[in-house]
Write a protein that binds this ligand. Structure first.
Ligand code: UDX
Length: 438
């Protein structure tokens, strides 16, 4: 079967490469000629483990091709995935102009039956709008179906998430389109992936409900971490014991500097905005957002307390991306904290394995270091902001010798307080008592 994916961003490219891996003929279309030229020469515009090889494999097998031509992308495919950006507006609502432009374009080009699938995260009601945008741009009467098939990919493990998902959600109006979509996901039957078939509206809401619930879980444990610090409890053990209750589950209970990335912040805001539009108070979602904002300020307070004063202090920061295994710094807590520290007169020197280019563009005043160790040279403290694997086994003796004062602030609870104190560090972490150096 031939399918097309419109949009070669994160979701679009992963979707295209994985469906090609499933044996389908895939055309990936983007209106940006530079992006398509780069993809055609084997360049991937962002870092995602395994994606470079998977795109290369699909191209070599002749199953994955790139184009800027929408006519071609529509003509060839029975199924067209829309995976374009849905950026937030200032009020938290979602800007659907790219979806509208693509839907209208598809309608104009359609000459035979197509299934149009929204992969992008779109607010409830968008599927119906897509139907009317397509209908109003058709040049001749053509049958079509619209399906909502939200993606649940995590950056850094997107390919694994696509190939071995927990579930596939299909929101559709007619059985014919569901049968076609089920065919595309045929390889997942072998691993008995549940497929949830619902209405368009339900599918759209499932995505927001899932992301908001996960964000709330993180905000909950982050708030607990503050209480833990006050009463001398250990949030890691609180989370561990909570997680052993099968009704709660152990995932997404790691206390840290707050959630970031391109999905959680935007999706929780969008759910609040949708609630407002339908006069339905989303109080828990709002509280999760507020707690997340507070968490970042608290991290700065923690650093201030450790250092006494921030003005003119030199702080080494390990990790800039919003989480490990990605070059993405969108809504990264590390970047937000750095901005606040800079405002208070601190000098920052930082290192990240993949996100240096992106950070240099956004924060030119930052001193970027060539490795994990340069970050500690002559610094008053070191802050571990993103838990890349290579920061889990640092040569701590070397860091201690290079630091002006042995202050280690671990915002991801990577190290053990007792061991750090024994090594002579003033060690600060999240939701655990900070121990003085032994
Ligand atoms: C998320 C969803 O997991 C995914 O299903 C959806 O499609 C897109 O949004 P992603 O943004 O790639 O994926 O990252 P994720 O691994 O979910 O982490 C999001 C943020 O939460 C990161 O900033 C991470 O550091 C933080 N986090 C996660 C915590 O602070 N604690 C946790 O226990 C888990």
């Amino acid at each position: 079967m031939h399918i097309s994916v419109i949009g070669s961003g994160y979701v679009g490219l992963v979707t295209a490469a994985c469906f090609a891996e499933f044996g389908l003929q895939v055309t990936c279309m983007d209106q940006d000629p530079r992006r398509i030229a780069a993809l055609e020469s084997g360049e991937i515009p962002f870092y995602e483990p395994g994606l470079h090889d998977l795109v290369g494999k699909g191209r070599q097998a002749g199953r994955l091709t790139f184009t800027t031509n929408l006519t071609q992308a529509v003509e060839q495919a029975l199924v067209i995935f829309i995976a374009v950006g849905t950026p937030p507006r200032d009020d938290g609502s979602v800007d659907l102009s790219a979806i509208e432009a693509v839907a209208t374009g598809i309608g104009r080009e359609m000459t035979s039956y197509k299934v149009i699938v929204t992969k992008s995260t779109v607010p409830v009601g968008t599927g119906r709008q897509v139907i009317s945008w397509i209908e109003s741009s058709l040049r001749e009467p053509v049958r079509f179906d619209v399906v909502s098939n939200p993606e649940f990919l995590r950056e850094g493990s997107a390919i694994e998430d696509f190939i071995r998902p927990n579930r596939v959600v299909l929101g559709a109006e007619r059985d014919e389109s569901v049968a076609i979509l089920k065919d595309l996901y045929q390889p997942l039957y072998l691993i008995e992936t549940p497929i949830v078939v619902t209405s368009l509206e339900t599918a759209e809401l499932i995505k927001y409900a899932s992301n908001t619930f996960l964000a709330t879980k993180i905000s909950f444990i982050n708030e607990m971490s503050v209480l833990c610090e006050q009463v001398g409890a250990d949030v890691r053990l609180v989370a561990k014991a909570m997680g052993l209750d099968g009704r709660i589950g152990s995932k997404f209970l790691h206390a840290g500097p707050g959630y970031g990335g391109s999905c959680f912040p935007k999706d929780v805001d969008a759910l609040v905005a949708t609630g407002k539009e339908h006069r339905c108070e989303m109080g828990i979602a709002k509280a999760a957002v507020d707690a997340n904002v507070r968490q970042k300020t608290r991290m700065v307070e923690k650093i201030r307390t450790a250092l006494g004063d921030l003005n003119n202090k030199r702080i080494g920061v390990l990790g800039l991306s919003f989480k490990p295994n990605t070059s993405d710094i969108r809504e990264s807590p590390s970047i937000a904290i750095i901005r606040l520290l800079l405002k208070e007169g601190a000098h920052i020197q930082a290192y990240d394995p993949e996100a240096m280019r992106e950070t240099a563009q956004q924060l030119p005043e930052l001193k970027l270091c060539s490795d994990s160790y340069e970050v500690s040279v002559d610094a008053d403290a070191i802050v571990l902001a993103t838990e890349w694997n290579q920061f889990r086994n640092l040569d701590l003796e070397r860091i201690k010798t290079q630091l002006r004062t042995p202050i280690f602030i671990d915002l991801r609870n990577v190290y053990q307080p007792a061991r750090m104190a024994k090594m002579g560090f003033q060690y600060w972490s999240i939701g655990r008592p900070s121990l003085p150096p032994a």
